[in-house]
Design a protein around this ligand. Structure first.
Ligand SMILES: [Zn+2]
Length: 251
């Protein structure tokens, strides 16, 4: 039995027991784990982990919530690392109008700049979009690029629109929450070849651990829930998740 986590932040300071977290990743057979680096001080550590164990992949990007504090050093370091072979995706990037409503244009500008870098490097993007789905869609429609809508929380109709643009839809812990109707509907209708699963750890912990710190192997609970909703065999589902991950991130 092997699972994937298409979006983790295991270098976040919440993981002061990283060695044990990695042991559990191995023990539970999480065969792919994307390390999404939102901070440049994480870049070298992420690359070192990916060199030691090929299940770990690396993404680097400027998160929309950090656009307001973006300085030249951070931007230049991002550019330098984005082009490295060990970095297989640009992310997470996007728009967040939930936390920051006052700098929408600036967020859009940095989002587009990073998309253009991904296009030039021929790498996929990992998109964060919160309370900004229409603007996100409009930008992606104008810029042909491969990628994934991370922890997608919109409607099933919009999910299908992103899929038409060639995007994958990644679902996380909310799919397991009792009152979360929309993610469950999305989990049922996204074509299997366009679906990914993730933890976004340390955040968004699935049931039955909701409220505790999240970690990559909890993706199993999200995966099992989606299998139950789709009435699909777990092994078939797992295999397809690995194929999708490798297809998008060129494993
Ligand atoms: Zn994230």
């Amino acid at each position: 039995m092997s699972w994937i986590d298409s979006h983790s932040h295991i270098l976040d300071e919440a993981f002061n027991d990283l060695d044990e977290v990695i042991e559990r990743i191995k023990k539970e057979d999480i065969v792919r784990c994307m390390i999404v680096c939102c901070y440049s001080h994480e870049y070298d550590r992420a690359i070192a982990l990916s060199k030691k164990d090929s299940r770990f992949k690396v993404a680097v990007g400027i998160h929309p919530s950090d656009v307001k504090n973006l300085d030249d050093d951070t931007w230049n370091k991002f550019i330098e690392y984005a082009s490295k072979d060990e970095v297989c995706a640009i992310g997470e990037i996007g728009l967040d109008y939930y936390w920051d409503k006052d700098n929408k244009l600036e967020q859009q500008d940095i989002f587009i700049k990073q998309i253009e870098i991904a296009q030039k490097l021929n790498k996929p993007i990992i998109v964060h979009s919160r309370d900004a789905l229409q603007d996100t869609y409009d930008i992606l429609k104008k810029h042909k690029v491969a990628g994934v809508m991370h922890c997608y929380s919109g409607s099933k109709e919009m999910a299908l629109e992103f899929i038409k643009l060639g995007f994958y839809i990644s679902l996380g812990g909310p799919v397991t929450f009792k009152n979360a109707k929309e993610p469950k509907e999305v989990a049922k209708i996204v074509p299997l070849e366009r679906l990914l699963i993730e933890t976004d750890c340390p955040y968004l912990t699935p049931e039955p651990f909701r409220g505790k710190r999240n970690e990559p192997y909890y993706v199993i609970y999200t995966g099992k829930k989606i299998c139950e909703l789709r009435e699909i065999d777990e092994e078939i589902f797992q295999k397809q998740m690995v194929i999708n991950f490798d297809e998008l991130f060129k494993g």
